[in-house]
Ligand binder design. Structure first.
Ligand SMILES: Nc1ncnc2c1ncn2[C@@H]1O[C@H](COP(=O)(O)OP(=O)(O)OP(=O)(O)O)[C@@H](O)[C@H]1O
Length: 956
């Protein structure tokens, strides 16, 4: 290896890493060494060894080697030197004669860049840290313009046709440097190969100029791959040219400016404060941003002073060392971005900020970007890594992104107007303007949703045997409205049960049943979410689905989250079955809950195992291992968001053998169908908390969605009142309750807690209020219902309320789910501000279920919460309210812990506002899978999908 091959990269590496200004001079010197004599070279080497952390050349290189050097031999063995310089690794350094004049002059810079780039890519997969740096630095030094973030040269080189790299057999990304190939081959390689997306999943040690220390710091903070690093998106952008604003008291504003002073001031015996003064140039009213480009127009700028103040109380905060350390955190001359609430001060153009965020953009020496009208990304710090450090590393990471890293086919990008992935990364981290940041954001959000949808649908298709089945499934998603079975084609049992109903189904209920039965008739396990507003009549739809399955000789299981609900459903179903004309046809139905005696449970389990029992209604106990079914064909999961994903998935393990009666259906499908007839049951999940469609798609991308959009006829809208819970307010509420009771109504009184708590004395408690309410409404009976009561007592309390033995039921939110007492006509919710909007809507849905006019009174304990609750006064549309809750409180609160825990993490997308992108991503995923069920035609997409979080079979 030639002296200069080893020498130049080593020094440039140092230069790059340390931004060491003095070492920069060495680069020029090294360049001059092309023609220099060996004595001069050894002098230079000596200087460099100091930089490398060694004492001197004698200490570093064998005497023999030095002799060789001094002896003027041109090609001394550098590997000997490297033994003494452990940080030097020769590794895969390309045999490029950088300083051989003959080769150098004939070598095209583009060729060199590409070679180095490819070599660099190949090397970066090695666990070594040093070699990529030297390669990159040699490369960047030869391609000026790379360091300023302009990566276009790489793009040009990659496409210029000059590179002479040839892929190794069986690999798209590994290249032999020593086998020159034609320009056309390179282009072909680029065009036909899968995109070079795997660079994203390389270790961050592929980033040029990364020291071992930086590498381990980044690794420790979770930045294992380039992808992870690029996913560290800016928190916000600061416009380095402050926009024209009129500054009013109390406004929340963001400014960029220079620190003028930072002082820690002792203001009293136990009181001190830090004051940082920042000068910001803002545009005068009336001038436009273009004006400022012309420097002569700078008079149109005015300077304002921000006084950032932080106060400290306590004697320990008044000591000088503490105050000095505070001061020193902010250096004079640093360019900073400040955001916070401004307060006007007496002096003109001086403003105070007491709650603020301050981000240092540049230090004093580097003022290159100051005053320019560009967006400056502000990063959140992570694990102690400073935002500016991350910004620097990210911009270095961006430099090595090749142009073709995008796995999403161009046609999809065009259809959905997406920018390419590399532009998206650049756009989010280094946008020239907000529009660019916005399209980058849109593209990255699309990706987050797209791979989720693609993964889930792909998994579903994988589970199917034939092409016909797969096409059928995709069609089902594309045109769900076409998938329905007419009533005439329902099973005899379903028709008999349908006839026995005391009411006719609403159009929406009818079409839901038809869609579900269509699914049940298919050889593919259904996975459907049935949702509808509270009280819309989902239960009867599920019962009909169960009847259809039982009518074809199978079993059904109906799981609910509470015993109360299980009993209610069980009794309701028995009543409906009693009405059947042909009682002989009624299936055997049992109730299995935690309170079922063990003797009874054994009998039920036996019945389920041998097939004597057709339908079981129960709680979690249904998914216990010991509960075996002879042929479970449908599992209904009511209030599904109360169950974890795992619990819901457990029904999938209750496989059943598809006996001869199913052969007919199997025969209809392709012969190559998975013929062993062992199937997972159909799953029908129901949700009373209407989840906005976007959220449902994100949570259950693979689920079909059925919505009941109307309410049973004759329902009278509930009147909702929001009342402040002061003395007068409570009196009004009691008066309204009395009126209702006198008119023959029944009242629910809902409390946030069971017992009074010392920590939260403002909360009214159900148990504690029982006495007060009983004495206040002396002529009426009061009942109590809460989660801590034994289940038979809960059942009894509800029974008494239903039968009219009690007129007022004091309860906690246990009644929120599914409790159905049609003649309950008033609900009062105490401390209503403690509940979410969607939750209050659910509670309110416990009244107004019959033909009696009902009222709901929400009692707010603070005047400030009245406004938030007002939305319930105006709207009774559960979907609208759930969407509102989603925006106000985020998906976590809306879904509750169990379910939101299973919501995939979206680093950049916000479900509450990016719903339309999710919808597009869903369509794109369907389109891709429609083209190629196994993604065989899209190898890059398949590779990307496997790189992203693998999904468990439960979608967990
Ligand atoms: N088509 C209909 N016509 C008249 N009443 C109906 C109809 N469908 C259901 N109902 C009645 O409406 C009430 C509410 O039905 P159901 O309990 O099924 O509602 P839900 O959607 O499950 O409500 P929740 O969200 O409270 O669980 C029940 O008393 C039921 O008998």
């Amino acid at each position: 290896m030639r002296f200069s091959n080893f020498f130049f990269p080593k020094i440039s590496n140092l230069y790059f890493r340390s931004k060491h200004k003095s070492s920069g001079n060495f680069l020029e010197k090294v360049d001059a060494q092309r023609k220099a004599k060996y004595p001069d070279r050894s002098k230079l080497l000596e200087k460099v060894t100091v930089l490398l952390g060694y004492d001197g050349i004698d200490d570093s290189i064998d005497n023999e080697l030095c002799e060789k050097c001094n002896g003027g031999k041109d090609d001394f063995d550098v590997s000997l030197a490297c033994k003494r310089f452990p940080s030097i690794s020769l590794g895969f350094f390309p045999p490029v004669e950088l300083y051989d004049e003959a080769t150098c002059s004939s070598m095209d810079e583009g060729l060199l860049a590409s070679q180095l780039y490819q070599q660099f890519l190949a090397n970066s997969s090695e666990p070594k840290l040093v070699e990529p740096d030297s390669l990159y630095e040699t490369w960047t030094s030869l391609c000026p313009g790379r360091e300023d973030g302009n990566s276009s040269s790489l793009t040009e080189h990659m496409h210029s046709g000059s590179p002479t790299l040839k892929p190794k057999a069986g690999s798209n990304l590994e290249f032999h440097l020593d086998e020159p190939v034609s320009a056309t081959t390179m282009l072909e390689t680029q065009n036909t190969a899968a995109p070079m997306q795997d660079i994203l999943d390389r270790s961050i040690n592929c980033i040029p100029g990364l020291t071992k220390r930086q590498y381990s710091q980044l690794e420790n903070c979770g930045f294992h791959t380039l992808r992870k690093l690029l996913y560290h998106y800016p928190r916000t952008y600061a416009n380095l040219q402050n926009a024209e604003v009129s500054i009013d008291d109390g406004q929340y504003l963001i400014f960029v400016g220079k620190i003028l002073s930072s002082r820690g001031i002792r203001a009293g015996y136990s009181f001190s404060f830090l004051e940082v003064v920042v000068a910001c140039e803002v545009m005068q009213n009336g001038s436009t941003s273009e004006c400022i480009v012309d420097e002569t127009e700078s008079r149109k700028l005015r300077t304002i002073h921000l006084h950032l103040k932080k106060f400290f109380r306590g004697t320990r905060f008044t000591y000088q060392p503490f105050l000095r350390s505070l001061e020193s955190k902010h250096k004079e001359g640093d360019v900073v971005c400040v955001s916070g609430k401004v307060r006007t001060m007496r002096t003109k153009d001086h403003y105070e900020m007491r709650e603020y965020t301050l981000d240092t953009l540049q230090d004093e020496e580097d003022s290159s970007t100051c005053g320019k009208e560009t967006l400056y990304p502000i990063y959140p710090s992570k694990g102690g890594l400073k935002p500016n450090f991350l910004k620097d590393i990210i911009s270095r990471g961006l430099l090595i992104l090749p142009p073709n890293i995008d796995p999403i086919p161009e046609v999809i990008r065009e259809d959905f107007k997406l920018i390419c992935l590399r532009d998206a990364y650049t756009g989010i981290h280094q946008p020239k303007n907000l529009a660019e940041a916005d399209s980058a954001r849109r593209r990255l959000i699309f990706d987050e949703f797209f791979y989720l949808q693609l993964g889930r649908l792909y998994q579903m298709l994988e589970g199917l045997g034939t092409k016909l089945e797969k096409d059928g499934l995709l069609d089902k998603y594309r045109k769900p409205e076409l998938n329905a079975v007419l009533v005439e084609d329902w099973s005899t049992l379903t028709k008999e049960f349908f006839k026995a109903l005391p009411y006719s189904l609403t159009p929406s209920q009818l079409s839901s049943v038809s869609q579900i039965i269509w699914d049940l008739k298919r050889p593919v396990p259904m996975n459907r979410l049935l949702q509808g507003d509270v009280g819309c009549g989902k239960t009867i739809v599920a019962f009909l689905a169960c009847m259809e399955v039982i009518g074809s000789g199978y079993q059904a299981a109906f799981m609910v989250p509470t015993e109360l609900l299980a009993v209610q459903h069980y009794e309701h179903l028995l009543k409906l079955l009693e009405n059947m004309e042909n009682r002989q046809m009624a299936p055997s139905v049992v109730l299995l809950t935690g309170s079922t005696s063990s003797r009874q449970s054994n009998i039920i389990r036996e019945g389920l195992k041998n097939g004597d029992i057709s339908l079981v209604i129960g709680t979690h106990s249904l998914i216990a291992d010991k509960v075996e079914f002879s042929s479970l064909r449908i599992a209904v999961i009511d209030e599904q968001h109360r169950f974890g994903v795992i619990q819901r998935g457990l029904f999938n393990s209750k496989l059943y053998f598809n006996p001869a009666s199913l052969k007919l259906e199997s025969a209809k499908s392709d012969d190559s169908s998975k013929g062993d007839n062992i199937m997972a049951p159909h799953v029908l999940a129901m949700s009373a908390t209407p989840i906005p469609r976007t959220l449902a798609l994100a949570l259950y991308g693979d689920m079909s969605l059925t919505q009941i959009t109307d309410l049973p006829p004759g329902r009278i809208p509930i009147e909702t009142y929001i009342i402040e819970g002061n003395e007068d307010g409570i009196e009004i509420v009691y008066k309204m309750m009395l009126d209702e009771l006198e008119a023959g109504g029944k009242v629910y009184l809902v409390y946030p807690v069971i017992e009074q708590s010392e920590q939260l004395p403002q909360l009214r408690a159900a148990s504690a209020d029982l006495k007060t309410i009983s004495s206040r409404f002396a002529g009426y009976n009061c009942g109590l219902l809460h989660g801590k009561m034994k289940s038979d007592m809960k059942g009894e309390a509800l029974r008494r309320f239903r039968s009219g033995e009690t007129n007022i039921l004091l309860s906690t939110q246990v009644i929120e789910i599914g409790v159905d007492v049609p003649d309950a006509s008033m609900m009062v919710v105490m401390n209503a501000e403690r509940f979410g909007i969607a939750q209050l809507h659910q509670l309110r849905g416990r009244v107004g279920r019959g033909d009696r006019k009902s009222k709901c009174i929400l009692v707010a304990s603070t005047p400030s919460s009245l406004n938030r609750l007002k939305v319930l006064e105006k709207s009774s549309d559960g979907f609208q309210l759930a969407s509102m809750d989603l925006v106000l409180r985020g998906p976590g609160d809306l879904l509750g812990k169990k379910q939101s825990g299973h919501l995939p993490e979206f680093p950049i997308a916000r479900l509450e506002i990016d719903g339309n992108i999710l919808q597009e991503a869903h369509l794109a995923a369907l389109k891709i899978l429609g083209e190629s069920h196994d993604l065989g035609s899209f190898p890059s997409l398949k590779a990307e999908l496997s790189m992203r979080q693998p999904l468990s079979p439960l979608g967990d």
